[in-house]
Design a protein around this ligand. Structure first.
Ligand code: F6P
Length: 258
C-alpha cells in the first residue's frame, strides 16, 4: 500500500542518516540516472528544506555547480519573505565546468526562482595557477570572496571521481594518480577514496572543505544508482550538520553495502 511505501521510505531515510551520523536524509522515489522528474522533485525538496533551515534576516547561500544542481535550481520556488532575504553566491571558482552548469549560473537561477539576489565570481575556468593567483588580487573578486566567506548555508552535489576528472579535462598524470589513490568521489573540487579521505584537491579559491565544516546549514543533493558508491564515500566524513537529499535508487544501493 501507499502507507507501507511511505513508512518504508521513512525507515530508509532514518537508516541512512544514522549510518552516516548526519542530521537528516530525504529520499525521493525513483532513479535520477534515467528519470528527470526526480531532479525536479529535488527542487521542491531543496526549497522546503531551505525554508526550514534559513533563519529570518540576511542569508548568504553558497552553491556549487554540476547538472544536478542546475536542474534542481530550475525547479525551486520562492524563499524570500518580508523578513528573510537570500543572496546566492558560487561556493568555489573555476573548477572546470561547462557554462550552463557552472556555480555562477546555478546561483543566478536559484536567485531568480527563489526571489533572492546573486553575485557572480568572474574567474574563468581552466586558468594557469599564476594568472589565477594574480586575478585574486582584484578588488571586485575580493568583494565576492568576502561574501562567500560569510555564507551561512552551502548547497552542493557529489560526483564520481574519474567521471568528474574526465569532465574537467584533468591531465593523464592526474588521472593515473586518482586511480592509484582509489579515488571514487568528488565534491567541491576535492577527491575522496572509499573511506571518505581526501586524496587530491584542485587548488581553487572560495570555500575550502574545512570552511564547510563550520557552516551551520549544509545540504548535499545527489542521486542515481550510478552515484551510490560516490555518495557513500563522501558522506562517511561529511559535516555532521549535513542534510542529504537523494533518491530511492541511490539509497537502496547505499544500504546494500551496510
Ligand atoms: O562541480 C560541482 C559539483 O557539484 C561537484 O562537486 C560534483 O562532483 C559534481 O558537480 C556533480 O555533477 P553532476 O551533478 O553533473 O553529476
Amino acid at each position: 500500500s501507499v502507507m507501507n511505501q511511505l513508512l518504508g521510505m521513512h525507515q530508509v531515510e532514518k537508516e541512512i542518516s544514522q549510518y552516516f551520523g548526519i542530521k537528516r536524509c530525504i529520499v525521493v522515489a525513483g532513479n535520477s540516472d534515467n528519470q528527470e522528474k526526480v531532479l525536479y522533485e529535488f527542487g521542491d525538496i531543496l526549497t522546503d528544506s531551505l525554508d526550514l533551515l534559513l533563519p529570518d534576516g540576511d542569508n548568504i547561500v553558497a552553491v556549487m555547480g554540476g547538472t544536478t544542481m542546475a536542474l534542481t535550481a530550475e525547479h525551486m520556488g520562492t524563499l524570500e519573505t518580508e523578513k528573510r532575504h537570500n543572496l546566492f553566491v558560487p561556493a568555489r571558482g573555476g573548477i572546470g565546468e561547462a557554462m550552463t552548469v557552472q556555480a555562477n549560473s546555478v546561483s543566478a537561477v536559484m536567485a531568480s526562482k527563489t526571489g533572492g539576489h546573486h553575485r557572480a565570481l568572474y574567474v574563468p575556468e581552466q586558468l594557469s595557477l599564476e594568472t589565477y593567483n594574480s586575478l585574486l588580487q582584484e578588488p571586485s573578486i575580493q568583494e565576492v570572496l568576502t561574501l562567500i566567506e560569510q555564507s551561512n548555508c552551502v548547497v552542493h552535489s557529489i560526483g564520481r571521481a574519474l567521471h568528474m576528472a574526465a569532465r574537467r579535462k584533468m591531465s593523464d598524470d592526474e588521472m593515473v594518480m586518482l586511480k592509484q589513490n582509489n579515488a571514487v568521489a568528488e565534491s567541491f573540487g576535492y577527491f575522496f577514496d572509499e573511506e571518505g579521505e581526501v586524496v587530491y584537491k584542485i587548488p581553487r579559491i572560495g570555500l575550502q572543505l574545512k570552511d564547510v565544516q563550520k557552516i551551520s546549514n549544509v545540504v548535499a543533493i545527489a542521486g542515481g544508482k550510478s552515484k551510490a558508491k560516490a555518495i557513500r564515500a563522501y558522506m562517511k566524513n561529511a559535516p555532521k550538520q549535513t542534510w542529504l537529499i537523494t533518491d530511492e535508487a541511490a539509497a537502496n544501493e547505499i544500504l546494500k553495502g551496510v
